[in-house]
Design a protein around this ligand. Structure first.
Ligand SMILES: [Zn+2]
Length: 379
């Protein structure tokens, strides 16, 4: 079976309107697309013929004839998406509307290098597809988040921290050796930002922080992901004020990352004789009121807040949403908020929300689904 979506251009736009839930009838499609009713009908018939749309039952009555209801066909296809972290990967299969059919977390060590990690990922996808998806439902696209900068032009990973062997590795090309499908490779914080933005309807400009082993940030401008040259939102190597001079993997001193990331806090705790194996352990220490952990997290929040102060003054976002495994430590968000509100221009903070991320642990997976659907339907 041809697994590429046989629909692009206007047909793709109509399919997307149904997939996103914006349209549920031919009349909705005509109204939202601006196409004539006759040409909407023609394309809808083609989409039904192709097994992508189903039309049945009745929609809301408007007095006269009840409009038939359009929805995605259950056999329209699935998307396979992953969010690779330093030690764990979350994997999911989504239907074309972005709804998760299954989500799993599996241990995975990206320090083993790109070939081993990506081959493992493809095998994991194959397992999930064999277990959960009937053979007549095609895979329509595949995407993964990477915890490092990704060049949008080449889909290569560029100078990532804590990812030995990944620099300049052609991730999309490697995945394409197995799958002849639209493939998405994107920085994990960017994916998280796209997923999180869906949880803030009415807010067009967002900064979404991912505070975990590293620190990342995705930027949504006017409702769309802002990639810049590929490193937009990468706040990890912004210099912060510090008494100690700590050298970062990038070769400079006193980057935000070496003072406020989960990895930095873990090594500071180790020096105090407290061993943690993952960032979530730091959150547990804070919940248990271990003073060393609480004061380190609070200091990290202040440093992140200082960097955000400049960015909030400059960008004036509607929302700063803070997610990632370290964000569950309450003092982190409290001290970020205090620093930003204290130091920013009043006009920049008057209606600004600084809040825990809403979309939950699967934000990046949902973001990957949304971007992948765009890619699959793009001309
Ligand atoms: Zn650095």
């Amino acid at each position: 079976m041809d697994q590429r979506l046989p629909v692009q251009g206007a047909q793709g736009d109509l399919l997307k309107l149904v997939a996103t839930g914006d349209a549920a009838s031919r009349a909705d499609l005509a109204r939202l697309s601006g196409l004539a009713a006759s040409s909407v009908s023609l394309r809808v018939e083609e989409l039904i013929e192709a097994g992508l749309l189903a039309e049945e039952g009745s929609g809301a009555s408007r007095g006269g004839r009840r409009p038939r209801r359009l929805r995605l066909s259950p056999t329209a296809g699935v998307l396979a998406v992953a969010d690779l972290g330093a030690h764990h990967a979350r994997l999911a299969l989504l239907d074309l509307s972005g709804e998760p059919l299954v989500v799993q977390e599996r241990p995975c060590d990206i320090a083993k290098g790109p070939e081993v990690t990506l081959d493992w990922l493809m095998a994991a996808f194959d397992d999930l597809l064999a277990e959960r998806v009937p053979p007549d439902v095609p895979l329509r696209g595949l995407g993964t988040g990477i915890p490092g900068p990704v060049d949008p032009a080449t889909s290569k990973v560029v100078t990532p921290s804590r990812m030995p062997g990944w620099n300049d590795f052609p991730v999309a090309e490697h995945l394409a050796t197995r799958y002849d499908l639209p493939i998405l490779v994107e920085n994990d914080a960017n994916l998280m930002a796209v997923g999180e933005a869906r949880a803030w309807p009415g807010s067009a400009n967002l900064m979404v922080l991912k505070t975990g082993t590293g620190i990342g940030c995705g930027v949504i401008v006017g409702g769309r992901l802002h990639r810049g040259r590929g490193a937009a939102g990468d706040i990890s190597h912004v210099r912060v004020r510090s008494d100690a001079s700590v050298v970062c993997a990038c070769g400079h001193t006193d980057c935000l990352e070496v003072h406020a990331s989960g990895a930095a806090l873990a090594s500071a705790l180790a020096q105090a004789g407290i061993d943690v194996t993952r960032t979530a352990d730091i959150v547990t220490l804070v919940s248990d009121a271990v003073p060393e952990a609480t004061s380190l997290v609070r200091a990290a929040g202040r440093r992140i807040g200082e960097v955000l102060t400049a960015l909030v003054n400059f960008f004036n976002p509607d929302v700063v949403a803070i997610g990632g495994s370290l964000s569950a430590a309450e003092p982190l968000i409290t001290s970020i908020r205090a620093t930003v509100y204290e130091r920013c221009l009043p006009l920049a903070t008057r209606d600004l929300e600084i809040a825990p991320a809403r979309a939950g642990r699967d934000a990046a997976l949902l973001g990957a689904g949304a971007l992948l659907l765009d890619a699959a339907l793009a001309p």
